[in-house]
Write a protein that binds this ligand. Structure first.
Ligand code: ACO
Length: 427
């Protein structure tokens, strides 16, 4: 840590000297952790100025539009790697050599099946349940199945849990889809790649062999890579916070899935397609742009804006290319994509969006690709959860393997001061 210091002046007190930490990349961080001992707290709703932890996994430069996993750019990873290799990188900090890669892939494949009892859990849900509701329930329920490996202080237990989660999440995700359709659940096929197997479980049936298109498998794999991790976002912070109490990892990941569900986070790709449906036609774009700019109107352009990126989201650039590739290869001429392109063009040249640095984010395009693959809108956030599971588990593991404290923020209390209780008749 560095020699830099910050001086805090508070009326009526001596100056307070605070250490300033210099990261390997990014902005200096003032360490305010000693303030509580001096009877002062900082106030930062939404944690916009607060680093909640130290981490070595992912770096984002929002102004530059840069995203690095363990030092490797997302553009390079999306072009040259595949999802399971990125999982290895996020979990272990380095790219695997050939032997490590084979072993990792084979271990993940050995864990793809879920306990047969899990099938029964599905029957408790209505057929029209949102698949994210089922995901929260079923992933949380995994804690009841793996008592053999719930000692969070044991590194081997944490590792096996990571394998189980990465391997079983696609199986559970596909089961959510099949349940809604009323089709039989498909068992995983371990001779297939990770994305291929997911498509097989989604679209295969026991009556007919399902040929997985390599183009779609590659597009799916790229979507998994682009969503794999994004440092201390709302769902990852939720996983860390839940984990900081010592809760078991399956419960923590279920908490992450819940946080991801909201339309301001993982629910945005579903919201983008719903919004495009609502806009309906290029001729209506101006009206919706005006609604997005109107403070008295709650409407926001879904898929635009990001807490951290104040430039093009680098994942959106890759996703945009991938989107065109997929649609070209499939020969799909999608009017929704045309509408999306026009919306992007108009929004990017509008002073409101320019001044507020609102650019399309990853979700602006992912929904269109997912739709082209044949995935229904309600499954979009599930696919995000599937991809992000490795990021959640990598962050949870990083936290548990190092000294940490239970996450317990303070507050700026603005409620009533102490008063006497009034009995019922006196109120
Ligand atoms: N459309 C219109 N105006 C917007 C939008 C938008 N999509 N996003 C932000 N703004 C405006 C806000 O109204 C605010 O205006 P003000 O300064 O006049 O009050 C300003 O831009 C700053 O926005 P904040 O909401 O303060 O930014 P914040 O960092 O809190 O929110 C968020 C980021 C939640 C992503 C927001 O941009 C949003 O809701 N976008 C739409 C939903 C979306 O696409 N979410 C996906 C995020 S990416 C992901 O999870 C993978």
């Amino acid at each position: 840590m560095s020699e830099k210091k910050a001086i805090l002046k508070v009326d009526g007190r001596d100056d307070i000297e605070l250490p300033v930490h210099t990261p390997t990349l990014g902005k200096d961080v003032i360490d305010v952790s000693s303030l509580t001992g001096q009877g002062i707290f900082t106030f930062d709703p939404g944690f916009t100025s607060t680093a909640s932890c130290e981490s070595k996994i992912t770096f984002i430069d929002g102004e530059k539009g840069q995203l690095l996993h363990r030092g490797y750019s997302i553009e390079e990873l999306a072009a040259k790697s595949d999802y399971l290799e990125v999982c290895y990188l996020l979990l272990y900090g380095e790219l695997p050599n050939a032997e490590q890669r084979d072993e990792f892939v084979s271990t993940v494949k050995n864990h793809t099946m879920v306990h047969e009892q899990i099938r029964n859990l599905f029957n408790g849900f209505r057929r029209d349940a949102h698949p994210m509701a089922i995901m929260c329930g079923v992933v949380g329920a995994l804690s009841a199945f793996y008592h053999d490996s719930l000692d969070i202080k044991d590194q081997k237990h944490r590792e096996i849990t990571a394998f189980r989660l990465i391997a079983k999440i696609p199986t559970i995700a596909a089961m959510c889809y099949k349940y809604a359709l009323g089709q039989p659940f498909m068992y995983p096929r371990n001779d297939l790649g990770y994305a291929e197997n997911f498509l097989h479980m989604m679209f295969g049936t026991p009556c007919e062999e399902y040929e997985v298109s390599p183009t779609l498998a590659r597009a799916m794999d790229r979507i998994f890579i682009l969503h794999a991790d994004h440092e201390q976002n709302a769902s990852t912070s939720t996983v860390r916070l839940a984990g900081s109490s010592g809760a078991n990892p399956f419960a923590c990941i279920a908490a992450g899935i819940s946080a991801l569900w909201g339309p301001a986070h993982g629910g945005a790709n579903e919201a983008v397609l719903n919004m495009l449906d609502e806009i309906g036609d290029i001729s209506n774009i101006e009206t919706y742009i005006a609604k997005a700019k109107d403070k008295s109107d709650p409407f926001k352009l879904m898929g635009f804006g990001h807490r951290v990126y104040k430039n093009y989201d680098p994942r959106a650039t890759v996703m945009r290319e991938s989107c065109h590739e997929v649609l070209n290869e499939l020969g799909i001429n999608d009017p929704q994509l045309e509408l999306a392109m026009k919306l992007e063009e108009i929004a990017l040249s509008d002073p409101y969006f320019k001044e507020k640095k609102l650019f399309p984010n990853v979700d602006f395009y992912s929904g269109i690709i997912l739709k082209a693959i044949g995935i229904p809108t309600s499954m979009f956030t599930v696919i995000f959860a599937l991809s992000r599971t490795v990021g959640w588990i990598a962050h949870w593991n990083e936290m548990i393997s190092n000294p940490y404290k239970i996450g317990r923020p303070r507050q700026l209390y603005t409620g009533e001061t102490e008063r006497s209780f009034k009995v019922l008749g006196d109120r």
